[in-house]
Design a protein around this ligand. Structure first.
Ligand code: CP
Ligand code: NVA
Length: 311
């Protein structure tokens, strides 16, 4: 293929990782999300004639419903697919699935516990691919979380956010957000459950203020926001459950831990939550918790992502 022809074949606007974007691009998505939020309940026809295919290799409540409602409220359609209903469940390749779906729909969202499948889908799809969570990241979630933080506590740049518990996929996207939005992120994680070395190295190369500590109290001290997540993610085996509970128990977010954060600190959790494990009911159901605002903001942020992807 000649260079001239290649130039005319635009790469689809994939939404794979926060790190693929710069700060102005992420800011534009957040502004668009806020505009969609203000406009609700009004619907639009912005995505009329467009269909999103959503493939869920793992369960979902928020991601599935918020993407489907987003498409409907923007005048488009969504199709939910489970691998067991598709030939992919019988060994058809991701590459062929990507090329076939690209002939039917205008965008594809994938939730998987294999980030390499997401990358393969994006490589072979000629329509935009959206990351609906992998074992390594959850960018839609953290963009909604940044929106939520700013609604409650103003611009996030220069602020301190604390992550407590498992240094998992959501933590990795928070690390990327810290580098890109310019806030400090202190992570309190036990040995063996610290964030992936490559995302920490990436953040360090960008000069981000990201610090991993073993002590949860040190991590939250003075933070304007305390974030946690389940101790057992969908990508983890149930065989790990006992070891994870033992290692992560000292990292439970309790009223005593919240008292070490800034006096007006908010509490965040992407949900689903396990009261009595990673967080006590007093905290998640208490006045500092903004978890349902986060869940709502998934809808507005994903409308912005869809509008960008479908240009
Ligand atoms: N937070 C989140 O992604 O929730 P679901 O697993 O319900 O989609
Ligand atoms: N870390 C969790 C997030 C769920 C939305 C998981 O991967 O299961």
């Amino acid at each position: 293929m000649s260079a001239a022809v290649e130039l005319r074949i635009a790469r689809p606007r994939h939404f794979l990782e926060l790190r693929d974007f710069n700060r102005p691009a992420l800011r534009a998505l957040l502004e668009q999300a806020a505009a969609f939020k203000r406009a609700r309940p009004a619907r639009s026809e912005k995505l009329a004639g467009k269909t999103l295919a959503m493939i869920f290799e793992k369960p979902s409540t928020r991601t599935r419903i918020s993407f489907e409602v987003a498409m409907r409220e923007l005048g488009g359609d969504a199709i939910v697919l489970a691998p067991r209903d598709m030939q992919i469940g019988r060994g058809e390749t991701i590459a062929d699935t990507a090329r076939v779906l690209s002939r039917y729909v205008q965008a594809i969202m994938l939730r998987t516990d294999s980030a390499s499948k997401l990358r393969e889908l994006a490589r072979y799809a000629s329509v935009p691919v959206i990351n609906g969570l992998t074992e390594l990241s959850h960018p839609c979630q953290v963009l909604a979380d940044v929106m939520t933080f700013e609604e409650h506590r103003g611009p996030i740049g220069g602020q301190i956010v604390a992550w407590v518990g498992d240094g998992n996929n959501v933590a990795a996207s928070w690390i990327e957000a810290a580098a890109l939005f310019g806030f400090s992120l202190w992570l309190g994680c036990p040995a063996g459950y610290q964030p992936a070395a490559d995302v920490l190295a990436w953040a360090e190369r960008l000069g981000a203020d990201v610090t991993v500590l073993a002590d949860p109290v040190a991590a939250v001290t003075g933070a304007r926001c305390v974030v946690t997540d389940t101790w057992i993610s969908m990508a983890n085996s149930e065989d790990e459950a006992a070891a994870r509970h033992a290692a992560l128990a000292p990292y439970q977010v309790t009223p005593a831990l919240m008292a070490k954060a800034a006096p007006d600190a908010i509490f965040m959790h992407c949900l689903p939550a396990h009261r009595g494990e990673e967080v006590t009911a007093e905290v998640i159901d208490g006045p500092a918790s903004v978890v349902f605002d986060e869940a709502e903001n998934r809808l507005h942020v994903q409308k912005a992502i869809l509008a960008w992807c479908l240009g």
